[in-house]
Design a protein around this ligand. Structure first.
Ligand SMILES: Cc1cc2nc3c(=O)[nH]c(=O)nc-3n(C[C@H](O)[C@H](O)[C@H](O)COP(=O)(O)O)c2cc1C
Length: 316
């Protein structure tokens, strides 16, 4: 398998375990995925700087395969995170929410590949102009922070592919190899899966979180926080409370205050899946098992081959 992303990053498969706060804010999940031939991603977002340094060292000690660190640039620790990444010699950075320009020269001088998360062709063109090495594009199906415009990956990806000529990792709504085949067909060079990798023993979330995702149906997620930057999460008691407040036309400040009363940590660490921000994508409705990450990588690649053969059969 050879795409612009496998070539750029030196990975065996065009497959990325999406950075997920808490779930991949440690070494175990990224290490397992990178060892298996995909790109494992440590999500720095909620980590103490020392914990991030330790996790990077653990992944490096466990494999020579490439891995990445996801850094949300708005995070109050982002400058410290970037210093750690430089000191530890991390080769791939996936940055989200914030401009890349100020950091690129520093990391390019050290041979680091900088990928940037974007949600529109305009945003993609800006990142390309700044000089990033590749893009991560997600659609409204995605868990975590989908685009506020609520356009699905089928449309967003085509728009970005037409707007820029950079290598692209696409995601949102993908739970199996058939979804991977679909996004590769649309022009992606690799595909990232978040919620699917959340459902592995290695993912660092409470058992109740995984059970809730396992039980979720196709329509059991909601975009919550529409007054500012929305998240996609399971439709639980908190989502229902927020939606009711939003629909009743409460002022933005009040809605934002309500949004801030709960966290992803409540669900991920404490297992409060009813009142926490239990982030998950629409793909939750397609997932009904918990599978070791390495086994999942192999299964996804078998399904991708099967999808390719099905398509060849249909189009022959
Ligand atoms: C629990 C959870 C936490 C997430 N945390 C982050 C994060 O810290 N940084 C980020 O850029 N994206 C984050 N995301 C988004 C993922 O990187 C990815 O874009 C998304 O999961 C893809 O959609 P899928 O879940 O349908 O596969 C998170 C997603 C989930 C489900």
């Amino acid at each position: 398998m050879k795409t612009r992303i496998t070539e750029l990053l030196g990975i065996r498969y065009p497959l990325v375990q999406a950075g997920m706060s808490w779930a991949s804010s440690h070494a175990a999940l990224p290490l397992a995925v990178s060892k298996a031939g995909g790109l494992g991603v440590i999500a720095a977002g909620p980590m103490y700087p020392d914990a991030l340094r330790e996790a990077i060292r653990e992944v490096k000690a466990g494999t020579d395969a490439p891995f990445a660190v996801n850094v949300p640039l708005y995070n109050k620790n982002s400058a410290t995170y970037l210093d750690i990444l430089e000191a530890e010699g991390v080769k791939v950075i996936i940055a989200s929410q914030g401009g890349p320009k100020a950091h690129l020269k520093r990391f390019h001088d050290r041979g680091v590949k900088w990928l940037h998360v974007v949600t529109s062709p305009e945003h993609a063109a800006k990142a390309a102009e700044a000089g990033v090495d590749g893009l991560v594009v997600v659609g409204a199906e995605a868990g975590g922070h989908p685009p506020a415009h609520e356009v699905g990956i089928l449309v967003v990806l085509r728009a970005v592919v037409k707007a820029v000529h950079l290598p692209i990792i696409a995601g949102g709504g993908v739970a199996d190899g058939y979804g991977i085949a679909a996004l590769l067909a649309l022009g992606a060079d690799a595909v990232q899966l978040g919620t699917r990798f959340l459902m592995t023993p290695e993912a660092n979330v409470h058992a109740s979180y995984k059970t809730a995702v396992q039980q979720a149906g196709l329509a059991d997620t909601a975009m919550v926080g529409k007054a500012s930057l929305p998240i996609r999460m399971l439709r639980n008691a908190f989502a229902t409370e927020y939606e009711a407040a939003y629909k009743s036309g409460k002022p933005v400040e009040e809605l934002n205050a309500l949004f801030g009363t709960r966290t992803l940590k409540d669900a991920a660490l404490d297992g409060n899946v009813e009142w926490g921000k239990t982030e998950a994508g629409q793909s939750a409705g397609l997932i009904d098992d918990i599978v070791p990450a390495a086994e999942l990588v192999e299964r996804l690649m078998r399904e991708l081959k099967a999808a390719q053969q099905d398509l060849n059969g249909k189009l022959a």
